[in-house]
Design a protein around this ligand. Sequence first.
Ligand code: NAI
Length: 275
Amino acid sequence: MASHSLLEGKKGLIFGALDESSIAWKVAEQCHAEGATLVLTNAPVALRMGKIQQLGKQLNALVVPADVTRPEDIEALFQQTLEHLGGPIDFMLHSIGMSPNVRKKRPYYHLNYDWLYKTLDISAVSLHRVLQQAWHMDALAEGASVVALSYIAAQRTFPSYNDMAEAKALLESIVRSFGYHYGKRKGVRVNAVSQSPTPTTAGTGVPGFDSFLAFAEKNSPLGNASAEECARFCVMLFSDYAAKVTMQTLFHDGGFSMVGISEDIMQLFSEAYNH
Ligand code: NAI
């Protein structure tokens, strides 16, 4: 893994590494290669089912269980993280998403509202909860960098993305609002990275994921961005090279978000209609 020591001496907290396919897993590996000291966290059930302990060993990182819907878990997480790192946190990755409505195949016009609140709580409000806890414990260093992962369904409709679209729109709004307050208070940067479809546990749980992936690949001049490429982009945002970037949704999608229709897609349609 190529390294430029971009995060030498920095301390990070990474949410959401479940297995090798997770975007957070790749981010953790790249941050470690760039010289960072890490704490990894995930839901207690993910610690039992996933492979995060293996990653912890590989990266010499502390692994702490925390359900992001439970304030007491988050407080304990920050206490242990500050103790382990021996000082404030320089960067943080929020890489968390889950929708019971998507999981249980409820269509958008037949949502279970308790599940909708769960979707919003886990996938979006959790960012606020984490930042608010960090604020009250003064856990983030001056000029720290926070990145949350998002998807273009926050801006445009992708029907099978369902209520996760609402979650991502809320997440990006929290990025802006907390970005303002934390910027004023401590020069902390808060950004969202809107990533291409990526074959992970959360990604492949969206109905029709393979079509999403293939369509985005053909509609993006650079092709889809991989999890490894996303990891390198996150490292750049965590580094001092992005010192004045904040409150943004940054599209890391091979150009997908700026294309109406590509020649490749037109070709596919003309073949389909001419037969
Ligand atoms: P993933 O399934 O590997 O990661 C999702 C993580 O959320 C898992 O580690 C899971 O344990 C964690 N999580 C769920 N409930 C939790 C809770 N209550 N407390 C703490 N953690 C909890 O999948 P992926 O794709 O790496 O997802 C990471 C982020 O990237 C998510 O925000 C997702 O929406 C976003 N994203 C994914 C894309 C894709 O196509 N895979 C595209 C764009 C954004």
